[in-house]
Ligand binder design. Structure first.
Ligand SMILES: Cc1ncc(COP(=O)(O)O)c(C=O)c1O
Length: 916
């Protein structure tokens, strides 16, 4: 089959339901009516409902046919026999299925059929038949899964009270170990007096390579066997059960491998503990095993299910999941097995309680037609084509989100996609107790009629927990996908809606609880209110900058120690002015810094290696004067020099040699109308070198006309005449020296001298100018590739590229930087800078250009992801709301074709650039 043709679809819709057409305003009114409780929102007003996959399946035509053959007789309706035999077929018989349901559906159930098939005696498995089911009942029909749990745990508990169970239980329920308890499962066990111990294989939220999704799977739902074994050794005789949940709903619907089930069974056996399965999604789990586990690729789903259950002493199951039914549950255990021996006579007790609470054993609270639908569903759910379609739909949903930059728990699990809300709100400064993820789910309902469930700080009552408990609370939103209900169109709609909210995540409101904060399982009933996010900055320059630097250092992959070092350097660089509260807007009567787009005296930049994705974070500051005067500006700059010298192993030797050229002793030499700066300082952080300081000076300090001679003299004094000669040789009439900078590193070989040239005259999008700049670099920089420079500029200019006209004063010039050091010799390393903010409508457009450039130059996935994360860390508003977060983007070309891009990011403390 051609690879461009997808797999054939697995089913077609024969019955359709129209969806509502409520508007966002109408849904908003309904949200008010239901106190902003997601669970209380009427399903009939939703377009897509991802609240749960439980009982929400669309049944197949075969199930509907079976439902029509439902028998509502009280005692021993034929649905009872069908369900019992379906369980034998699915969970025990492997390929030797009897399919008695087919005869029942066909209405061919004569006496002989009853005697030879339906009433046949069987024993020793999960479903005793004939008189054995009467003598030693081991199969219990119930309305749903949690009823099976209540029945099981409460009955075990009362038997333990009477001395049954393990020897050291001493009349009290002890411990149940699991890879993950579903909430009702855990609650039912706890109510019955059991203690719970969850040993989930570590690493659920660890990143998983996107390109491996659909190819490999690391079975993140596994029980941590080592931890379980250690615990068993330390607590002999104190464990009543090992319960393995397949798939692991608690752990983001992740599958459990056969090896893990086998291992759990071996551990259980060695310790004489019964192993039970919470088997709600057994078929989905089997599909993962077939697809991804070594040695199971050639086995059928039927065989795999048979093997999985061969290891179990018993199981509970909600037929609302992998029964494809809308109702139903079952508890069963192995006849005469370990569990049955431990709790002798438990079958009869269970049956008494079943009858007391749910009804006669032949229906256990289920209608005859539901028994028939579930029996048919169990066969259909183990069909490989169905499972492939089902799991692939969930996988595709997750992959489409990832492609839009939205992080999900990965690889995707079986029945749901889990959004990683830590990542979603990264950089947005939301506290966990502000319940932003609930705000997200409410916004999704209101705007798009899509319902999902928060599984994070609100649901897990973060605000009521101890610090240790808080640390274990995940921050997720779950999109559970109903079986057979949604098409690719629904998924695409949902992905687009989530992406829209992600793009404007900074404006997604928080939520507060107005009623029911202390209720158990409060997410079902509490009242809430939305709280709009106030974006006003109330912090100081340092406070705000250290917050942004914190996020950026996380984004570049630095650890806490590095973050602390950078924050210390930032505190030094921002000194006294850093303690001023950020004003609402720029005070134009005071000194307005040119460091950043919006007048903030700080700018961040991150360089990213196109191949390795390794990044370096820096900040650039201007020491702010107390008064708006040159003297104060100069004083502030020199004071910072002294502070840096006092704290860091830098050298001012080279600065002192050239200082008078840029900061003349005699102020009358200054050209005040051109003054842009006395000195700027930057600090870069790299893990091997620590903080590296640099100073920027203004060659036009004594007049624009002197810029060239000032720079020439500075190079001469630093012994770099030859280098300068090269640069001067390429300067045209429209090229102006605009900055001169020095590394303050003590190591003279490492320390660089840099000169920055603005290429004026034409618009930065001019094709001829770009070609000219590329040629100039090629003529003096040994590692420069002109094609790469042109490709970079063209990508940054976007559709404007090729414009030859200048569009007025707002347009900015291209800049080149040439760096000399003891390492480079006489010929410089060249960097080209594109003033991207001047050539776009908004930052979303810059992001698109950068991303397509990075794809075009075959930058690694790591580099591309790094850029996206860095941008997310810096932005404080939706990207399409304006321009200026990206000020400059540069390309540096090093030896052996190594290329780095640097992104100069505006903190936007003082508002949007265009507002300036
Ligand atoms: C793993 C697991 N166990 C048990 C249950 C409880 O089943 P029910 O909802 O039918 O009571 C669920 C329901 O979602 C589940 O996911």
């Amino acid at each position: 089959m051609s690879t461009s043709v997808p797999r054939p679809p697995a089913h077609a819709a024969l019955v359709v339901r129209s969806l509502p057409t409520a508007s966002a305003e109408e849904r908003q009114r309904i949200l008010e009516d239901v106190e902003y409780n997601v669970f209380a929102f009427p399903a009939g007003l939703l377009t897509c409902d991802f609240l749960s996959d439980s009982g929400t399946s669309a049944m197949t035509d075969v199930q509907w046919a079976a439902l029509m053959r439902g028998d509502e007789s009280y005692g021993r309706n034929w649905g009872y026999y069908c369900l019992l035999d379906a369980f034998r077929d699915i969970f025990e018989r492997g390929n030797d299925r009897h399919h008695i349901i087919e005869r029942v559906l066909a209405g061919k159930t004569d006496v002989e059929f009853y005697q030879t098939k339906l009433l046949m005696s069987s024993q020793g498995g999960f479903v005793n038949g004939g008189r054995y089911q009467l003598e030693r009942p081991n199969f219990f029909i119930l309305p749903q899964g949690r009823c099976a749990e209540t029945l099981l745990f409460s009955t075990m508990s009362s038997m333990i009270g009477e001395g049954y169970g393990s020897h050291s239980e001493h009349g009290k329920p002890t411990m149940i170990i699991s890879n993950g308890f579903f909430d009702t499962t855990g609650a039912n066990a706890a109510v019955a007096g059991f203690q719970l111990q969850t040993f989930m294989q570590p690493g659920l939220t660890d990143p998983f390579p996107q390109q491996l999704i659909g190819k490999t799977n690391n079975f993140k739902g596994n029980l941590d066997l080592a931890a379980t074994e250690a615990y068993l050794n330390e607590n002999p005789g104190k464990i009543s059960m090992i319960l393995v949940t397949i798939t692991n709903n608690w752990a983001a619907a992740q599958p459990v491998s056969m090896a893990n089930i086998r291992g759990a069974a071996a551990l259980a056996k060695r310790n004489s503990i019964p192993l039970f399965l919470d088997a709600c999604r057994f078929a989905e789990n089997a599909y993962f095993i077939q697809r991804y586990e070594n040695g199971y690729g050639d086995k059928s789903i039927v065989d795999i299910v048979q093997e999985m259950f061969s290891y179990a002493e018993g199981f509970t199951i909600s037929l609302k999941k992998d029964g494809l039914a809308n109702m139903g549950g079952v508890l069963c255990f192995r006849d005469q097995g370990l569990f049955a021996q431990r709790y002798k006579g438990i079958g009869m007790l269970l049956k008494e309680r079943q009858i007391l609470c749910y009804g006669n054993d032949s229906y256990g609270g289920m209608s005859g037609r539901d028994l028939m639908a579930a029996s048919a569903g169990l066969y259909q759910v183990t069909d490989k084509a169905y499972l492939c379609n089902r799991i692939t739909q969930v996988q595709t949903f997750a992959q489409k989100l990832q492609a839009n930059g939205i992080a999900v728990i990965s690889p995707p699990g079986g029945h749901a996609v889990y959004l990683d809300m830590e990542h979603f709100f990264f950089g947005c400064n939301r506290k966990l107790e502000e319940f932003a993820s609930v705000g997200f789910t409410l916004e999704l309902i209101k705007k798009y009629g899509i319902r999902a469930a928060e599984a994070g700080p609100f649901g897990w009552a973060y605000d009521l927990k101890s610090p240790e408990e808080r640390a274990r609370i995940p921050n997720l939103v779950r999109f559970a996908v109903s079986r057979h209900v949604y098409s690719g169109e629904h998924i695409d709609y949902t992905v687009a809606a989530i992406t829209d909210l992600y793009d404007r995540r900074h404006t997604v409101p928080n939520a507060i609880i107005t009623r029911g904060k202390h209720m158990k399982l409060r997410h079902f009933s509490a009242g809430l209110k939305l709280v709009p996010v106030d974006q006003t900055i109330t912090d100081t320059f340092f406070g705000e900058a250290s917050r942004q630097i914190g996020h950026l250092s996380t984004a570049v992959g630095e650890d806490a120690a590095a973050r602390e070092e950078l924050t210390k350097a930032l505190a030094l660089a921002t000194g006294q002015w850093g303690q001023r509260v950020v004003p609402k807007q720029v005070d134009t009567a005071g000194w307005v810094s040119s460091v950043s787009n919006d007048g903030s005296p700080i700018e961040y930049s991150v360089s990213i290696d196109q191949v390795t994705g390794k990044a370096e974070l820096r900040f650039l500051t201007e020491a702010q004067p107390n008064k708006n005067s040159w003297k104060d500006l100069e004083e502030a700059a020199l004071r910072l020099n002294r502070d840096i010298v006092a704290r860091y192993p830098v050298s001012m030797k080279r600065f002192n040699i050239i200082k008078d050229l840029f900061i003349p002793e005699n102020p009358s030499l200054l050209s005040h109308q051109n003054t842009k700066l006395a000195a700027w300082h930057s600090c870069a952080w790299s893990s091997n070198k620590g903080p590296q300081w640099k100073i920027y000076l203004d060659p036009s300090a004594t007049g624009k006309d002197n810029a060239l001679s000032t720079t020439r003299e500075a190079f001469r004094r630093l012994g770099l005449d030859k280098g300068w000669h090269l640069v001067e040789g390429i300067l045209g009439l429209d090229d102006h020296v605009i900055y001169f900078s020095l590394d303050l590193a003590a190591d003279a070989v490492e320390a660089r001298v840099k000169v920055y040239i603005a290429h004026g005259g034409a618009d930065a999008t001019s094709r001829s100018l770009v070609a000219e700049v590329a040629r100039k670099h090629g003529s003096i920089c040994p590692d420069s590739d002109g094609f790469e420079i042109q490709r970079f500029f063209a990508a940054m200019a976007g559709s404007d590229f090729g414009r030859e006209d200048s569009l007025g004063s707002r347009r900015k010039s291209l800049i080149s930087c040439f760096a000399f050091s003891g390492k480079t010799g006489e010929r410089p390393v060249g960097t080209v800078h594109f003033p991207v903010d001047a050539y776009v409508q908004n930052d979303a457009e810059v992001k698109r250009r950068v991303e397509s450039y990075l794809v075009g130059v075959r930058a690694s996935a790591a580099a591309r992801e790094r850029y996206v994360t860095v941008l997310a860390a810096a932005q404080r508003r939706p990207l399409n709301q304006g321009r200026g977060i990206h000020a400059w983007v540069s390309l540096k070309q090093r030896a052996e074709g190594r290329r780095e891009n640097t992104f100069y990011l505006c903190p936007e403390m003082l508002g949007l650039w265009d507002a300036l």
